[in-house]
Design a binder for this molecule. Sequence first.
Ligand code: KG4
Ligand code: ZN
Length: 336
Amino acid sequence: MKEFLTLGIETSCDETSVAVVKDGREVLSNIIYSQIDIHKKFGGVVPEVASRKHVEIISLIMKEAIDKANVLLDDINLIAATYGPGLVGALLVGLSFAKGLSFSTKKPFIGVNHIEGHICANYIEHKDLEPPFLCLVVSGGHTHLVYVKGYDSYEILGKTRDDAAGEAFDKIARALDLGYPGGPLIDRLAKEGNESAIDFPRAYLEEDSFDFSFSGLKSAVLNYLNKMKMQGIEVKKEDVAASFQKSVVEVLSNKTIWAAKEINVNKIALAGGVAANSRLRKELEILSKKNGLKFYYPSNILCTDNAAMIASSGYFSYKSGRQSQLSLNAFPNLKI
Ligand code: KG4
Ligand code: ZN
């Protein structure tokens, strides 16, 4: 069978990324330009700055992706771009670029949901992975438990009611003066701490709910830090990081295992920026083994925002019979 090449484009937040993926699973190129150094000094992503940087660089990244894949633009069979959720100005850059490319080359175009893209990173990493499975998507903007019923069929079983898991990591890192983005810094620092040192709350919510909530935990950590400061006691940042992380990981992992049992699947997967967390991977590895489940997660480069996962998701949706019109708009609050 002739190979099918998808060009993926991702600009939903602060990464400008273009990739070429063969048959939905094999990465020929995945160029990622991270703006993190620009946003770092503001302590978070500045939307207007992100959009401008995407505009400045996207043509160069596209050329690099095509060259690195050693293909011609003419060889591409499908153009896929993220159309939500994300920052509207940032989304519009990649989406407009993709639509322009589709119009001028007369190649089919498909809009991709960023969250579905994160899930599909697992298809690239694990060539044998097929639906159905349960996926825990944890990133800076999302915390979703998704039942992946087919290659283009998803059902949300639970989601965060307030902060996303990554957002909680970033806020606690800021309170500890660690820097931005906080997830990797807390992950590293926690390795030197005692995770049983402080008993932070675990929010399991109602017994039958697969939703999450991290705002109570965030307040508990901030209150603890304030209390210690008022009493003139120096906190052990490693212990705070480890205890906070343990609380997040425990709830995420337990709810994932319970949900897998409830829907009766034997495979679970992780996705999104927080899927790079070493403690979360370890916990799910242990619990999966104990419960007879197969556990999948992408390598770190495929966990954070990248265009290869968007190309993969676009490919599988297209093969399932979906295609988008060039009138497709960006949807900052797009749901699965
Ligand atoms: O998926 P992503 O790159 O962007 C969004 O779509 O949001 O996720 C970024 C988030 C940030 O909040 C970052 O702190 C978090 O992922 N993150 C981590 C780790 N690496 C990145 N959180 C915990 N542990 C990590 N090792
Ligand atoms: Zn993301």
